[in-house]
Design a protein. Sequence first.
Length: 575
Amino acid sequence: MLEAAAVFGSQPLRVPVGHDAHRWSTFHGERTLVVAARTVTSTVRVLETLPSLLRDDTRVTVVFAFDPTSAFNDGVLDLLRAAGCRVAPWEQLGHIAPDLILSASENLDVPEGDCPVLVLPHGVGFQKRVPDSRSPHERLSGVVPDSLLETGRAWLAISHPTQEEQLLATHPKAAGRTLLVGDPCFDELVGSRSHRKAYREALGVAEHQRLVMVSSTWRRTSLLGSHPDLLPRLLAQLPCDEYRVGAIIHPNVWSAHGAWQIRSLQAAALDAGLLLMPTVHAWRPALVAADVLVGDHGSVTLYGAAAGTPLLLAAFGGDAVPGTAVHALSAVAPRLDTRGDLRRQVEDVVREHTPQRYAAVAAQAFAEPGHALARLRTALYRLLKLPEPSSPPPAPLVLPVPDPSATPVTSWQVTTDVTGDSAAPAVTVHRVPATVTAYDTTRPDSPTNFTHLACADDERDHRLTESASVLVQRHPAPTPIEALRWIEDTLTQRPGSLLAASAVRRGACLVGLRDGRIVEAAVTGPLLDPGLSTAVVYACLRTGLPLDDAQVTLRIGDMRDEDVVLRLRATQPIK
């Protein structure tokens, strides 16, 4: 596998480019377009955009050239291989004689020649200062070297006229070298809002749950660089039956530190059900699906806010450039007190938000949204010196439905609060994944609250299962007899547990007590996780409420408008 990865992208191509490519090619394009692939971030942006621009056009031959000089080159070849791209080594670029070089990475050393170089933004404008790989200093992100500007070959695609003004103030040699095209990514986000429900369902977010997405750019001033424990603390303070938490981490973090390191550092959050978005593609539908965005000075934060999502800024680095749209966002967006009550702040920002809250910021970043692909196609063909196709100009595509990206939670700290009297009791249940409970310092003690540890039967940490008061069979038993056998075996094997429960049919489960009684919990409302029904039985036991033909109202936190009624009936064990 390593040998294959080393060869891929390192051997000169003979077809569709090369000195004798005409002998082997099936398609004979009139123009050659080379895509410069340097980082995952920039390569993804081109891969997401280019197919719509060159659809069905056999006049253009496309090859990719891999530039390995970036500190964030890891993952580029894997991405190109997965996409089925033909990849040439960077050294071959000088022998290809392309008609146009296209890239979303500005930090290029292109060979001498006459062909134009079109640089797409891989974020929103020129809003951040980043390390310069050519010197120990920093530079403005998104701007090609002055040496390339001097040749008159470079063209910089921008999404708003103010970005040209910004460029001229800092890089006078960029005069006349910009193309106003808009932002295809923003157009896709806005155009996909009608599919929000499908994205939420695909991510496993229930209708009554809120999805809180956390976005972090790279470097130490980023959200994760400043607050690496924010994800588990959010999961600890947002009950998992009412909230889901996801994370969008900049590809440079993945490339620099590796997936293993990221998953190791966020192990508790992942075990608690964190929706960790893959490095490519999936972040866009996840952003559309979000109810709240917690972000920093990265482009994803600006995209989400401009699209109308409630925002809390958890970090904002000094590397953000004053006068840009993202800097304007920092002046109007509320800040997250990362050591305060996270749930209260999330609820407050949802309640106080209005859809047009960041309209002025969006207007500063994106000019004439909805037309970016059409304008970009026109620019592309003009630079290729080809007539634009007669087909209608491309429109923003609806984003694809993402794959689920979370590990099932297998253990919970369950807090129950019993109110009412024995004639009409009510039990409010809050569940937090057990792996992150140490991060919650906000929940006050109360004499009416009871807390216990519950584990599913597939929990891998034996220390948790040995300490659990409640054990739950994750998958429903085929028959009541098999459910009872599982309950009996489980309580025998785990003498420290008080209850064991198994679902037996839709809306009902059997709960076995340590003293041998069996309680059937039947839900008359929506289908529930059996762990919730079992939490009610546990609360009734702790408070001495009757278990025989009782009706108990179950409240799942604060987000369900209607109560769910349970009927508890004591039965005898089946031998």
